[in-house]
Design a protein around this ligand. Structure first.
Ligand code: 6GU
Length: 465
């Protein structure tokens, strides 16, 4: 791989003689030629720039000088039949430089010519002229969203990023596999070395456990956590079908979810919780509620009974009432298209919580941390749409619901929320247990003709699980 770098500050590039890149030059796997652009000027002042045509601030570098200089590089014989040459022009207005592009350049390029501009940049005809040249590709690139005084630092960055990927330059190609912006699409996990204790900080114990499986999992969790925090754009680009159960749990902690069965081309996203205040949303809620309600009904319940319940309690009018009247707390979760995918509905009794237990609250047993005083909130509905069951989204809906209930019961002494779940629905009971509920009793109720048995579960309103 040959690099030709043109600059008005050629000594800026002396550092390329150092380190790995310098060694690779000596070893012959890469060849770096640095040129002084002023060598192609003809006037006494060695002028490379002029004022911008059409006005404006600063100076623009002349196409004629650049043309003479760059022609010499593109005329160079590389010893191959049809060499692939790239003219790389650093500019804050360029395409973002990525690892993927560097890999491509390292694998497929014979020569990279870098034209370092200064001032307000290079006359635009330089790029368009060389674009038309057979066997030359023009790549205007940027290092990031900030402005440097000239392209030299960017040239150093490009050479270093590409050269280390040229076969024979790096001693241990394995180290290229796990790094940030590698094939996993994640930032790299943190690494540690001895001493194991330093200024009161110790290396995470799991890394010294010798359990390679657990170490690998910890490293992946850390990579996911770091990436979710620093580069949400990289999480949004992950292929959901490639992520496993543990990835799902790790990303759920940071608000990223996807349906249980991820189709190809699906990506994690951040569902948004809402407290609807406009009754226009009632239609969305009624539709989701009617669709999901039958899934949680006991086996023996008749279709007619189910339909009667839906018509009475889950109609558009019913949800208009839940949205507009005090006492009901309705929480929804929408996907990236604004589609409602989960909801909960709670009934908060009136009063300040100082009075005795509310009428009809079936919690008779004591909770693990002692007897409760004051009224209780009933969680009447808690439903995820089918594709979302087992996705972890219940955690998001529960957190949003408990937060809203906590603010609705701020004056209460020890607010609790309870819910009834069908005795046969062990899946639901396992889920509520995971979400901090414990069984506290049971209740019987009639649906139509049929008597039903519910397990009653409860939990406090501190959102600390
Ligand atoms: Cl490639 N050039 C200049 N001048 N400024 C930059 C840049 C490049 N990338 C970010 N800022």
């Amino acid at each position: 791989m040959r690099f030709d770098i043109f600059s008005v500050f050629p000594s800026y590039l002396n550092s390329l003689r150092l380190s790995l890149v310098g060694k690779a030059t000596e070893g012959g796997s890469i060849d770096i030629q640095v040129h002084d652009l002023r060598d192609w000027t003809e006037d006494r002042h060695r002028t490379v720039d002029d004022t911008p045509v059409g006005g404006g601030a600063g100076m623009v570098m002349r196409a004629d000088i650049w043309g003479k200089a760059l022609d010499t590089a593109f005329d160079a014989d590389l010893g191959t039949d049809s060499p692939r040459r790239v003219l790389a022009i650093p500019t804050p207005a360029g395409y973002p430089l990525t690892q993927e592009i560097c890999v491509d350049l390292a694998e497929r390029c014979d020569q990279i010519v870098i034209a370092c501009g200064r001032y307000e940049g290079i006359d635009a005809r330089v790029a368009s002229h060389y674009e038309k040249l057979e066997g030359v590709e023009v790549f205007e690139f940027s290092l990031g969203d900030y402005v440097l005084n000239g392209g030299e630092v960017a040239a150093l960055a490009l050479v270093e990023a590409v050269a280390r990927l040229v076969p024979g330059v790096i001693g241990n190609p394995e180290s290229l596999v796990e790094e940030s912006h590698g094939s996993a699409g994640l930032l790299e996990y943190p690494s540690y070395t001895r001493p194991l204790d330093w200024r009161g900080e110790s290396v995470p114990a799991i890394l010294t456990s010798g359990d390679h499986g657990r170490v690998a999992r910890w490293q992946r969790d850390e990579a996911l956590r770091k990436t979710a925090l620093r580069r949400p754009d990289m999480i949004a680009a992950l292929e959901a079908a490639d992520l496993d159960r543990r990835d799902r749990a790790a990303l759920g902690q940071h608000g990223w979810y996807w349906p249980k069965k991820a189709e190809i081309g699906m990506h994690p996203f951040k569902p948004v919780a809402e407290i609807p205040t406009n009754t226009d949303a009632a239609g969305d809620y009624s539709e989701l509620a009617a669709r999901t309600f039958p899934d949680a009904c006991p086996k023996g319940m008749s279709d007619a009974d189910i339909q009667a319940f839906i018509a009475k309690n889950l109609s558009v009018e019913a949800f208009q009432n839940y949205i507009s009247s005090e006492g009901w707390v309705l929480v929804g979760v929408r996907d990236h298209d604004g589609c409602l995918i989960a909801y909960s509905l709670c009934l908060v009794p009136e009063g300040d919580g100082a009075a005795g237990a509310d009428e009809g609250a079936p919690v008779d047993a004591e909770l693990a941390d002692g007897p409760r005083i004051g009224p209780l909130v009933e969680m009447s509905k808690f439903y995820l749409d089918r594709p979302w069951r087992g996705s972890g989204l219940a955690g998001l809906l529960m957190t949003a619901t408990l937060q809203e209930l906590a603010s609705a019961t701020r004056s209460w002494e020890r607010p609790y929320v309870w819910l009834g779940t069908n005795r046969g629905n062990s899946r639901a009971q396992a889920l509520y247990t995971k979400l901090g509920f414990e069984p506290v009793g049971s209740r019987s109720f009639l649906v139509g003709e049929q008597n039903n048995e519910d397990i009653v579960m409860a939990r406090t309103l501190d959102v600390t699980y």
